[in-house]
Design a protein around this ligand. Structure first.
Ligand code: HAM
Length: 538
């Protein structure tokens, strides 16, 4: 069938999905240089690499990052692994569970009961229609759930918070027993995965702190723009162990500033803050919510912030809306409401940074968008980046290991940097050049020269030179043109004359100087550091 006769859909061109992109040579040289440099810096601080899967159970991210965060509620790539069951049902069932969780967090037990009753009705219907696996376990789980829900509904009417949270836990346990099939999510970040792996492999048994780093793609369904992608790359590091000494926080931050220095990025600001702990933060959040609910303030907030007053008032603090800035400036600052321990921790962090000569700016508005943080939060921004100016972000997450079912008393802190943005910043700073030119182009002519060309190409490659050997014979003039276009430094010429005289010709393209050498002298000719083998900093 001729091309013209093909149906339209067979001839259409495929393109990378919106928000994703191909990173091509020579840009990949800079990416590789950056990754190698980052590994070198992190290894000098005794971090070791961890590789975790790119997808995990959806509930891992939902629980660790938080149901109400933008990342979890709007941006995750989630797929359901169902067998003969119907996707539509699963979607409805899961969304009822999510909305029940959110309503519970928002202290609205009446709505929790409504959501869970809808869940039960749907699940029973699905069970009857054979769309939810009709296993004895599922039948028992739904019965148990109904009972727990009755208790919960009764308590919601009459009792105080404590009993209600007790019944909520039992209801949650019954809910978890209903097997809806697996829901999987492409990782939007890697801290949850690292903590999951730490727990799964009992890494608390290892001597000292676990100091882990990772490099890889993350996925968030955000609105794409410069510096913001749906598949983007992070390099991150996490420290997990029994100590929460501020020296750990400071050392982690110093590691980042070392990396910035190696990349010769000079224009950046390190912002730090403390967002308190389970002791002092809830009191501050109550105060903040009360302030935000004042009619003259609430009415001036945008729709997003109004919603967040309910779900997560702290996030109002990092709103970028120009019309909200004047209001936010006047809101109570968390730094003025820290408990004694948090205040001391924060003061020590600042002293530790000063000791390491790491300049910082305090930013009471730096609350970060993920729920697991407590105490230290930090970000590095750069004015050379434009709207998406956060090069990296991180903070402490002391309760997370326990929350995800791990041992008690394990503390954690970490950061992730946006590799896409670091690369932009390195390019903007124009100090690092990482492309490695082609060292040698082999111009061979004639059947007799070919075996020698193949052999010598291998000899030079073993010596770690970058060598191009054309697969087919080329006319001399064409070969020189090609070598020039590829940016080769030398052309190794092997023709009938060279074979007959047992001498090779080497031409330096920069000045056209040509010389003859014997095959024995070839390796030594290229051995002195006339060639740049790696980019700077390696
Ligand atoms: P995050 O602030 O969500 O933190 O992301 C860290 C960095 O990843 C950002 O500062 C930014 O440079 C980059 N980034 C985030 N989203 C995008 C995107 N859509 N396109 C391009 N770059 C992006 C975390 O992910 C935490 N896990 C960091 C952490 C580790 N905290 C403790 N340990």
């Amino acid at each position: 069938m001729g091309e013209a006769a093909k149906p339209e859909n067979e001839r259409r061109k495929f393109r990378a999905i919106k928000g994703t992109r191909d990173i091509l040579p020579p840009a990949t040289d800079l990416w590789n240089w950056f990754e190698k440099t980052a590994r070198g810096v992190m290894e000098s601080y005794n971090f070791a690499e961890i590789r975790t899967p790119i997808f995990e159970e959806t509930s891992l991210f939902a629980r660790a990052v938080g149901f109400a965060t933008d990342v979890v509620s709007k941006e995750m790539y989630t797929f359901e692994m169902f067998e003969l069951r119907e996707l539509e049902y699963l979607g409805h069932l899961r969304s009822e569970i999510w909305s029940a969780e959110q309503r519970y967090k928002a202290d609205d037990p009446g709505e929790v009961v409504t959501s869970l009753s809808r869940f039960l009705a749907l699940a029973n219907q699905a069970l009857d229609e054979g769309k939810l696996a009709r296993t004895p376990e599922n039948q028992t789980a739904l019965k148990e759930l109904r009972e727990q829900l009755n208790f919960f509904a009764q308590e919601a009417r009459v009792s105080g918070d404590e009993l209600l949270s007790w019944h909520w836990e039992d209801t949650g346990l019954a809910l978890a027993e209903v097997d809806l099939g697996d829901s999987l999510t492409l990782r939007p970040e890697a801290t949850a995965s690292v903590v999951r792996a730490y727990i799964e492999h009992g890494m608390q048994m290892l001597p000292g702190d676990a100091k882990l780093y990772y490099i890889g793609p993350m996925f968030r369904r955000e609105r794409p723009q410069k510096g913001r992608y749906r598949q983007f790359y992070q390099i991150g590091a996490e420290v997990l162990g029994t100590s929460d000494a501020p020296a750990i926080d400071a050392e982690l931050i110093q590691m980042l500033t070392d990396l910035l220095e190696r990349c010769q990025i000079e224009k950046y600001t390190l912002l730090i803050n403390s967002i308190g702990c389970a002791e002092c933060r809830p009191k501050y959040v109550d105060l903040l919510r009360a302030e935000l609910l004042k009619p003259d303030i609430f009415s001036k907030l945008g729709a997003d912030s109004q919603r967040r007053v309910e779900t997560n008032p702290l996030r109002v603090m990092d709103s970028k809306l120009p019309e909200e800035q004047a209001i936010i400036e006047k809101l109570p600052k968390i730094s003025e409401h820290l408990c004694e321990e948090c205040r001391t921790h924060y003061e020590k962090l600042k002293r530790e940074l000063t000791l390491r000569e790491v300049p910082f700016t305090e930013s009471p508005r730096l609350v970060r968008g993920l729920d697991y943080y407590m105490r230290t939060t930090f970000e590095i921004t750069s004015p050379i980046l434009g709207a998406q100016n956060a090069l990296c972000g991180g903070g402490r997450y002391d309760g997370l290991v326990e929350m995800l079912g791990g041992p008690k008393g394990i503390k954690g802190i970490g950061f992730a940097l946006g590799e896409d943005r670091f690369i932009d910043a390195i390019e903007e700073a124009r100090k690092v050049r990482a492309t490695r030119p082609l060292d040698i182009f082999i111009a061979w002519m004639g059947e007799g020269a070919y075996p020698t060309a193949v052999r010598l190409a291998h000899v030079l490659r073993v010596e770690k030179h970058r060598v191009e050997l054309p697969a087919g014979e080329m006319k001399f003039r064409k070969a020189l043109e090609r070598a020039d276009k590829l940016g080769a430094r030398y052309v190794l010429i092997i023709g009938d004359d060279e074979i007959a005289s047992d001498m090779l010709t080497i031409k330096r393209l920069a000045d056209g100087v040509q010389e003859k050498i014997s095959e024995e002298a070839l390796v030594d000719f290229f051995r002195p550091p006339v060639l740049t083998k790696e980019g700077p900093g390696s």
